[in-house]
Write a protein that binds this ligand. Structure first.
Ligand code: ZN
Length: 242
């Protein structure tokens, strides 16, 4: 595919002997695409990503994949901290929740799909390690958000998706039970990849992780509540990755 270079100075070395095993998707969350690209290349911003995909489907490379780009910040996934060390980051131009969140365009998704297929194949990135920024930093981040089409990527072998299971059940979603076993739920969320403590309480951290989980795997209804469908999807995903 045609990838133009737009180098960013915002990178450094990965730890010795470490290559990418995680793919993190973002939205820029800025009003203009030009502004977003400028910021990712501004030495004062201290942020970057490896790739930037515009609404019209144009793809830019900002940082070499061998280097560590600065996109994830304080983060956690599947027992690993400092996700920048072990990941490739892709920014999608989109105003985000703050400036008028909108669906990702067809040409943008087509370009992203081609780019991701290539990255996942070259680095043998596992489906469960294709994540959103919100998955690795719940509470702090919402991107790429509930309008992102994870199902489409998974149809091309990028990421984890279990078909119709992710659709809202026809009879609707049963609300959170007062008898929810929070410690069990927290340990399941941890087993999937989320960084949260097992407090046994429906605390803020757990609500944030549930919202992140829903944005990715049950995007029709993002509530932060442990409803029956959410628990069913979580259980099935865990079975799929064993
Ligand atoms: Zn992000």
């Amino acid at each position: 595919m045609n990838i133009a270079k737009r180098p960013s100075p915002n990178f450094d070395e990965r730890p010795a002997g470490v290559g990418p095993s995680v793919l993190v998707l973002h939205y820029t969350g800025m009003e203009s695409t030009q502004e977003a690209l400028q910021r990712l290349r501004d030495p004062a911003s201290l942020v970057s990503a490896h790739y930037f995909v515009q609404e019209e489907g144009e793809v830019f490379q900002l940082v070499d994949e061998a280097m560590r780009a600065w996109h994830a910040g304080v983060s956690h996934w599947r027992g690993e901290h400092s996700i920048n060390d072990i990941s490739i980051g892709i920014e999608l131009a989109n105003p985000g929740h703050e400036f008028g969140y909108t669906s990702f365009s067809k040409p943008q998704m087509a370009a992203l799909e081609e780019l991701c297929m290539d990255i996942v194949r070259r680095h043998a990135i596992e489906p469960i390690n294709v994540v959103g920024h919100s998955d690795v930093a719940p509470g702090r981040k919402q991107d790429p958000g509930e309008l992102f089409d994870w199902q489409r990527l998974a149809q091309s072998g990028v990421g984890l998706w279990l078909g119709a299971l992710h659709d809202l059940p026809g009879q609707g979603v049963e609300t959170e039970s007062a008898k929810t076993d929070w410690a069990a739920l927290q340990s399941q969320m941890r087993a999937l990849g989320y960084g949260l403590s097992i407090s046994g309480q429906a605390d803020r951290e757990t609500r944030d992780a549930l919202s992140a989980f829903q944005r990715h795997w049950r995007p029709q209804q993002v509530t932060g509540k442990a409803d029956s469908h959410c628990l069913e999807v979580l259980g099935a995903l865990l079975e799929a990755i064993i």
